[in-house]
Design a protein around this ligand. Structure first.
Ligand code: 5GP
Ligand code: ZN
Length: 116
């Protein structure tokens, strides 16, 4: 998908509104529009990547930046104490609906296992 038509790239470029909770040169974090838990944030790289399988040689750095942001947000929102879940859906069977790599941070209620 091209960056100009990608939903999350459009959020990065402020072409679509979102409740942004964190931003730096590499990472954007914002509230999920249809939250599945009291805390449901999405953490994305500003560089467009379709998903996990698009990670290249710089992938480790991208994931480190995303997880560093997520861990800070988990602390700042309080879910680090109560517990939370990190989800990356990949492809059709994985339930991925937006083809721009993103981490889900879910917390604020007990989460069941296994997922559906
Ligand atoms: P996926 O199913 O690809 O793992 O997750 C995509 C997530 O993006 C879903 O949880 C969905 O609610 C969220 N989402 C879809 N469209 C928008 C949007 O326009 N704004 C925001 N903030 N979240 C969105
Ligand atoms: Zn994108």
């Amino acid at each position: 998908m091209s960056a100009t038509t990608c939903l999350f790239c459009r959020i990065i470029h402020r072409e679509l509104p979102a409740t942004v909770v964190y931003e730096d040169d590499d990472v954007l974090a914002f509230r999920d529009i249809a939250p599945k838990a009291p805390t449901h944030l999405l953490v994305i790289p500003k560089r467009h990547l379709d998903g996990l399988q698009a990670l290249d040689g710089e992938g480790a750095g991208v994931m480190a930046s995303l997880f560093a942001c997520l861990v800070r947000l988990a602390r700042d929102t309080g879910v680090a104490h109560s517990g939370y879940r990190v989800v990356v859906n990949h492809g059709a069977n994985g339930g991925q609906t937006v083809p721009h790599l993103h981490l889900h941070l879910l917390g604020g209620r007990p989460l069941t296992w296994p997922p559906g």
